[in-house]
Design a binder for this molecule. Structure first.
Ligand SMILES: Cc1ncc(COP(=O)(O)O)c(C=O)c1O
Length: 385
């Protein structure tokens, strides 16, 4: 019997994060689920920002028949304007931008733009969010993985600088701006300076992943890496997301940006962004864009809620750190939702039997564990040491 085309499909492995999250969900009551990267409150439910809910109500009330038609490919102009203002602050450079389906869409478009620019290679600092590698390869770039952690598992710049200097031609260097996924351990300001000093004399281009703006040091504080990159005149593409800082995960709202030198470049890059988007999913959905526009009309309440989100994350991180053995404490220092511990697959399996779920790389979403259960969680972790 001949195989039909579906039978010829090779096996495709499910995304490891979504797969383990589904296992945790199926494990039923009493589970400690630190898998999926969503900010959860002490009730175990996603934290929904009141300012965003109010904006959403206003947007749906004001919705007109015209809003049902196709969106412009580049996204709503007012959305791009407010997102660019958040990203760059007052010192706005000349940019090309396009609304995207979350930070993932922005990364995918920028990776494909880099291919169209003739860039064939990418450097990814590891460990990294598992989807980075998949997206880089899907865009057709040849990947070099470089560790960004030293023997004590703390951030170091040297391997990146050595690898960047050894690259034979222009290479796309993917860097996370803050709240590192999966480790939570970010480069310090001094380390960013070392990186930008070293890259300023090379011909590479940075793709800066800004998925968590506002969650590390606040909206302005989280511009540090971008500021240094721009000061060093290193070409830069950006992938920004409203999933976390506006809590709009399911609305798939992001922005791809290229910092440019001339109007001619802007027109060209925006045409490429539009044609790339058109071939993948046409235009990004507009509801999330409308909500961001509305939230950003009066940012006071939203900024306060962003501060609260940061406080929740910091408080739980501190509590967990205080309860774990001393040798793990330096690894727990950091920002955002995640921390990562060097646990073997046997240790992860043992934890699973105790209904404690982490992702297969030992990543822990700290916010996934309600405050009252952190002590219990820490006891489970310590028990597998
Ligand atoms: C480092 C990093 N980049 C990008 C993304 C993608 O963001 P979005 O959910 O907006 O697609 C995530 C989401 O978890 C992330 O952790």
């Amino acid at each position: 019997m001949t195989k039909n085309s579906f039978q010829s499909l090779p096996l495709s492995r499910p995304d490891p994060i979504f797969a383990i999250a589904a296992e945790a969900k199926a494990a039923g009551p009493g589970v400690l689920d630190a898998t999926i990267g969503v900010l959860l409150g002490d009730d175990g439910k996603p934290v929904i920002l009141e300012s965003v809910l109010q904006a959403m109500e206003k947007v749906t009330k004001d919705f007109t028949k015209n809003d049902f038609t196709y969106p412009v490919l580049a996204g709503l102009p007012a959305y791009r304007e407010v997102a660019e203002r958040l990203i760059f602050g007052e010192a706005q450079p000349s940019v090309a931008s396009i609304a995207t389906t979350g930070g993932t869409g922005a990364l995918s478009l920028n990776l494909r733009l880099a291919r169209r620019m003739g860039i064939e290679r990418a450097i990814l600092l590891t460990p990294s969010w598992v989807n980075h590698k998949n997206m880089i390869e899907a865009a057709g770039l040849t990947l070099t993985e470089v560790s960004y952690l030293d023997e004590d598992l703390l951030p170091t710049t040297e391997p990146l600088i050595v690898a960047a200097k050894a690259m034979p031609g222009p290479t796309l260097i993917i860097l996370q701006s803050g709240c590192h996924n999966p480790t939570g351990r970010d480069f310090s300001a001094a380390q960013w300076k070392e990186i930008t000093d070293a890259l300023s004399s090379l011909s590479h281009i940075i793709l800066l992943d800004l998925a968590y703006q506002g969650w590390a040091e606040g909206i302005a504080g989280d511009r540090l890496a971008l500021g240094l990159i721009m000061k060093s005149k290193i070409p830069v593409l950006l992938a920004w997301s409203a999933s976390k800082n506006h809590g709009l995960y399911s609305f798939r709202t992001g922005l791809a940006v290229a910092v440019l030198e001339s109007e001619k470049e802007r027109v060209s890059v925006e045409q490429h962004y539009a044609s790339l988007s058109r071939t993948l999913y046409s235009g990004a959905p507009t509801m999330g864009q409308m909500i961001v526009i509305e939230v950003q009309k009066n940012t006071g309440a939203w900024e306060k809620e962003l501060d609260t989100a940061r406080e929740i994350l910091d408080t739980r991180r501190k509590l967990l750190t205080s309860l774990l053995p001393d040798e793990w404490k330096p690894l727990l220092a950091g920002h955002g939702m995640f921390t990562q511990l060097p646990l073997s697959s046997d240790q992860l399996q043992t934890l699973k039997k105790q209904k404690v779920f982490l992702t297969p790389d030992g990543r822990i979403n700290i916010s996934g564990i309600p405050t009252e259960k952190i002590e219990l969680f820490a006891r489970h972790l310590t028990s597998v040491l």
